[in-house]
Structure formats: structure tokens, C-alpha cells
Design a protein around this ligand. Structure first.
Ligand SMILES: Nc1ncnc2c1ncn2[C@@H]1O[C@H](COP(=O)(O)OP(=O)(O)OP(=O)(O)O)[C@@H](O)[C@H]1O
Ligand SMILES: [Mg+2]
Length: 245
């Protein structure tokens, strides 16, 4: 079980502090498939980064399988079985895709890992992980590396982003197959209704707070209802300022 208690995250721009996560209390059970959703800027990626140890929470505690991991490093959390697939995967100039995959996959399965995410090994193994790769290609390589590791908590940050409609269902199937192997908590950060409709539970995060949580049958209709209402930036001004081009 993964448990967050009263977790706050603040960042500073040098002049003032911003509160990004505000008193997050969350318990996630083994073998459950969670969808984490909410408006842009609500704090989903920040929450995943706090769980992974990339961001250090200013307040609160994080427990994993009963162990207090609040002060563990990223590497220690990775060793404990926590994985995170970035919303915008980092590029590694000078590193070949083969080398990147070898960090998590054994030599014999490299080609199979690439084929599974829809990339031909002969076209990609020797390429560099630099900006020459498209956004969708980088997301697939990231997914291949994460799915090569044995993990107990896997967080996928918008796996749909940049992936074409023809491939998304297959990639989603990979994520589900990994989950079905058992003993894993899957957390998919998503704006995609298809993913929401597959989740055991949906967690809604807005303005740094969990505003709704429950089985998809309960939460999905609420989201669908809310998204039919128009959205508006909450920073003054009026509709006359909106121009159509
Ligand atoms: N390192 C940082 N410094 C300053 N502000 C940050 C930092 N990281 C995140 N933020 C801000 O915190 C808020 C939450 O960002 P976050 O990336 O967690 O949102 P999100 O819910 O993942 O959004 P999206 O759906 O667009 O991916 C945003 O307003 C963002 O600009
Ligand atoms: Mg995000």
C-alpha cells in the first residue's frame, strides 16, 4: 500500500512561494488500477514527482508497504519498486536507445521490448535518445523502459500524449497486461476518457487538492457533467477579451 499523509509541496520563484500540493491525504491499495485526472496545472505531475522523490514535499509523510519513504532518494525509491514514466520524457544526448534500454531490460529482451511498443528494433536500437526523436517515439521508448522493470508502483504520466490514435489502444493494453501480472499499483495520469473508463478508481486533483475520489461508476459521470460546463480563467477580465481568429 502507498499512503500519503498531509503532503504539501511549495515552490519558490525567488520572490514568493507558491503552494502546489495542499494537504494531500491518499491511500492506494495493491492490485488497483487508478486514473488520476483533473484540470491542467492542478498538480498531477507534481504529485507523481513527489511520490517518485523528484520533488521533495515540504510537509507530510509518504509510506510504502509500511515503510516511511519520505526521506528516501529517487534511487532508493526506484529500488523499492516505484517507477515513473514522465509526461515529457528526458532526452539523453549521446546515449543510444540500446544503452538506455539495457539499464532496465536484459540483452535478450531488448528487441522484444521495442517491438511491443510498436518500434522496429533495426530502426531504433542504434539511434540516439536526443531531440531527433519525435514526441510519440520518445513516449514509446520511455514506456518500454518502465515496463521492462519489475515495479510495485507504476505511474504513467499522460501515456496518451503524442501517441497516435491507431497505437494508443495497443499501448494501453501493454499497461493493462503489466498490471494484470499482479502485486502492482498502477496510476495513470490522464485526460483520456478511454483510460478513465478502465480504472478501478478515479482520483480528481484540482488546485493542489483531491476534490473527488471513488469508483469510476461514481466519478466519471461527475467529470462528464462538469466538463459540459464552460471553463473560465479565474484571474479577472471579461469575455469581451476573448477573440476568435
Ligand atoms: N518546478 C516548478 N516551479 C514552479 N512552478 C511549478 C513547478 N512545477 C510545477 N509548477 C506549477 O505547479 C502547478 C501544477 O503543475 P503540474 O505540472 O503538477 O500540473 P498538472 O496537473 O500535471 O497539469 P497538466 O494536466 O497540464 O499536465 C502548475 O501551475 C505549474 O506551473
Ligand atoms: Mg502534468
Amino acid at each position: 500500500m502507498l499512503k500519503l499523509e498531509s503532503v504539501d509541496l511549495n515552490v519558490s520563484n525567488g520572490h514568493e512561494d507558491f503552494s502546489i500540493l495542499k494537504g494531500i491525504d491518499l491511500e492506494l491499495e495493491d492490485n488497483k488500477f487508478y486514473a488520476l485526472t483533473g484540470p491542467n496545472g492542478g498538480g498531477k505531475t507534481s504529485l507523481a514527482k513527489v511520490i517518485m522523490g523528484i520533488y521533495k514535499n515540504n510537509k507530510g509523510k509518504i509510506f510504502f508497504d509500511g515503510l516511511d519513504i519520505t526521506n528516501l532518494s529517487i534511487t532508493e525509491r526506484a529500488k523499492a519498486g516505484i517507477s515513473y514514466a514522465f509526461q515529457n520524457p528526458p532526452r539523453f544526448k549521446g546515449m543510444k536507445i540500446e544503452e538506455l534500454l539495457k539499464i532496465s531490460a536484459d540483452n535478450n529482451s531488448l528487441r522484444a521490448r521495442l517491438r511491443a511498443v510498436g518500434l522496429c528494433p533495426q530502426d531504433y536500437l542504434d539511434r540516439e535518445c536526443d531531440t531527433s526523436l519525435s514526441g510519440g517515439e520518445m513516449k514509446r521508448i520511455e514506456l518500454a523502459t518502465v515496463l521492462s522493470r519489475p515495479s510495485k508502483v507504476v505511474m504513467y504520466d499522460e501515456p496518451e500524449a503524442g501517441v497516435d490514435l491507431w497505437s494508443f489502444e495497443s499501448l494501453l493494453q501493454l499497461i493493462r497486461n503489466y498490471h494484470k501480472k499482479g502485486n502492482v499499483i498502477s496510476i495513470v495520469i490522464t485526460h483520456h476518457e478511454r483510460v478513465l473508463s478502465l480504472a478501478d478508481e478515479i482520483i480528481l486533483l484540482a488546485d493542489g487538492k483531491i476534490t473527488e475520489r471513488g469508483p469510476r461508476e461514481k466519478v466519471l459521470p461527475l467529470i462528464q457533467k462538469e466538463s459540459r460546463c464552460c471553463w473560465q480563467a479565474n484571474c479577472g477580465g471579461n469575455d469581451d477579451e476573448i477573440e476568435c481568429y
